[in-house]
Each structure stands twice: as structure tokens, then as C-alpha cells.
Write a protein that binds this ligand. Structure first.
Ligand code: NCD
Length: 311
């Protein structure tokens, strides 16, 4: 299958075949990252702009390193230091970046749909690095990549996503990728953060933690997205931890070979006990490593690279 998309805006609109092309291409790039010389030429002479209108460390650094490894020139643009603060519209910012011949623009924005809006008029390739509570496609891809690498498959696995589903773009991108690739997805957390309406996507929704953990092959924990919650969704963080935090006592419900995942940033002692985050079942840092390979694959493919050329 050949890749034809100019942008990566979401995972909802991708087919299982397209998802698989990205994951396979990422596997080839992961091999490159293990070599002593890690730089390859596909984006030589191209300009990649990291336009982050919302705070981020790991995603921005990961995209930056991915672009550098592909030999691109990289410009980092953060909202605090930009004219967006002086009232310039996002559309004008993009036009200015394109006037400087930006080839790929990686956008993080607090408004859901911002990258889709840009893609309507931009001539550069647009990659969504997280738009509001909507999607975070490369996170969904790197999580799926990590599951597939560790478990050898995605189809038929039970994946539980635990925590603030309502405000999580990571949850939405995971749900689309996992369901399309044949996994069974269970969502769990307090009812105010895990509404039944998610069943319409094809997920199982349960507010019973033991039930959500018992048959899981993968447990993906999410941070409480305080910055996106417009009202208080539960009485206190302490109450959340008491009812839904993953601790040693609750690990007895988790299969010994289940993977413990988290997109970061972790709030130790809130959604996850520190010992579990650092424990033998945790693949949290592998997710970060795999994120680099996945982002290299996405940059390469949207720029017109052929999936087979990476071998
Ligand atoms: C996530 C995000 O920004 O959506 N983090 C990330 O990309 N590493 C999740 C979060 O902020 O909790």
C-alpha cells in the first residue's frame, strides 16, 4: 500500500492499512536509532517548524529530534515568544511561516480542530501534535507501536484506558487506532470523566476498577487534565487516588504480563504509584523511545517518502 496523505491530522480518518504503514515504517526507523550514526537524509533541505501554542516538553523535543535525525532544518516557535501574543491570527502566523518556505508545520494548539483548519489553506504539510481534547495522533501511534512490539499483535488484546477520558486527546487517538486494529478497548474512571456515550465508539465503559483491570493485557493510565476541565469533575485529587489510583494493592488485579503505560507527564502518587511507574511491568520510557521512531515515520511519509525506502 502506498501512502498518499499530505497531512496527519487525526487517527479517526485513517484506515487500518494506513495505520499499519506508519507502524511498519516506524519499525524501520527504530532500527536506525539503534545505530551509532543516527542521521539519515530524507528531509535534507526541508524546513520543519514546531509551532507549539500550548506548553509541551516531551512531544516538542521528540518531534525536534525526529526532524533532525531526518536531516531537516528545524525552527522552534513557542506561543509565549511569538506575535500570537500580540494579536496576530493563527492564519497569519502560518502565512508568514510559509513565506519563509516552511515545508512541514507541526502544530500543538488548545483549540480542537486547529490543525484541520490550517490544512484547508496551508501549502505546507500539517502534523497535529495535540489539538485541545480532540486528538494526539502521534501519541496514539506510539502507544499502539509499543503494544504491538511488546505483545506481537494488537488484534484481540484487551486494552484498558484509565482516568480522565473526557478531556483526553490521548484517549481519543488511542481508541481510534486500537479499535481499527482489532483490539478491545475498556474505558474506566469516575462517571463524570468516563461518560457512557463512549460506548457509541465501540468501547466498553465501566466505573468498576477491578473489572477494568482483571482481563487487561495493557493498562494505559492518563493524567487528570486540570487545565482543560471547566468545572471540578470530582471532589478532590485525594478522592480520585483513593478510588482509581493504581497502587500495589490493586496490582493484584492486573495480570503479571500486562503492560503498564502512561503518556506522561506522570503525577506520581495521583494516578499511579511511583513504584509501579518504575516497576517491571512499566513501559513508560519505552513509549518515549518509540515516539521518536513514530514521529520520524510520520514526517517521512507526509513528505512523500515511500514506506519501503527506509529499509
Ligand atoms: C499528553 C498531552 O499533552 O496530551 N502528553 C503528552 O503529549 N506527552 C497528555 C497529558 O498532558 O497528560
Amino acid at each position: 500500500m502506498t501512502w498518499t496523505r499530505r497531512h496527519l491530522l487525526d487517527l479517526q480518518s485513517l484506515t487500518a492499512e494506513e495505520l499499519t504503514v506508519i507502524l511498519d515504517t516506524a519499525r524501520s526507523f527504530k532500527a536506525i536509532n539503534g545505530r551509532s550514526i543516527k542521521r539519515v537524509p530524507p528531509l535534507r533541505g526541508k524546513t520543519v517548524v514546531n509551532l507549539f501554542v500550548e506548553p509541551s516538553t516531551r512531544t516538542r523535543i521528540s518531534f525536534e529530534l525526529a526532524a533532525v535525525r531526518l536531516s531537516a532544518d528545524v525552527v522552534n516557535f513557542s506561543a509565549e515568544a511569538s506575535s500570537l501574543k500580540k494579536g496576530e491570527t493563527l492564519r497569519d502566523t502560518i502565512r508568514n511561516l510559509e513565506a519563509l518556505n516552511a515545508d512541514i508545520i507541526i502544530l500543538r494548539h488548545s483549540a480542537s480542530g486547529a490543525p484541520h483548519y490550517l490544512a484547508r489553506f496551508a501549502s505546507a504539510h500539517i502534523i497535529n501534535a495535540g489539538d485541545g481534547a480532540h486528538e494526539h495522533p502521534t501519541q496514539g501511534l506510539l502507544d499502539t507501536f509499543t503494544i504491538r512490539e511488546r505483545k506481537g499483535r494488537v488484534a484481540g488484546l484487551n486494552v484498558t484506558i484509565l482516568g480522565d477520558i473526557l478531556y483526553s486527546r490521548v484517549a481519543r487517538s488511542n481508541i481510534w487506532a486500537l479499535l481499527k486494529l482489532g483490539a478491545k478497548v475498556t474505558l474506566c474512571g469516575p462517571p463524570t470523566l468516563v461518560p457512557k456515550v463512549f460506548e457509541q465508539f465501540g468501547c466498553r465503559v465501566t466505573w468498576n476498577l477491578e473489572e477494568a483491570l482483571r482481563d487487561a493485557d495493557v493498562v494505559n493510565l492518563l493524567r487528570i487534565q486540570h487545565e482543560r476541565q471547566r468545572v471540578t469533575m470530582f471532589p478532590s485529587l485525594g478522592e480520585y487516588t483513593a478510588l482509581f489510583g493504581l497502587n500495589q494493592a490493586r496490582m493484584k488485579w492486573v495480570k503479571p504480563d500486562a503492560l503498564i503505560m502512561h503518556p506522561g507527564p506522570i503525577n506520581r502518587g495521583v494516578e499511579i504509584e511511583g513504584e509501579i511507574a518504575d516497576g517491571p511491568q512499566s513501559v513508560i520510557l519505552e513509549q518515549v523511545t518509540n515516539g521518536l521512531a513514530v514521529r520520524m515515520a510520520v514526517l517521512f511519509l507526509v513528505n512523500g517518502g515511500k514506506a519501503t525506502e527506509t529499509e
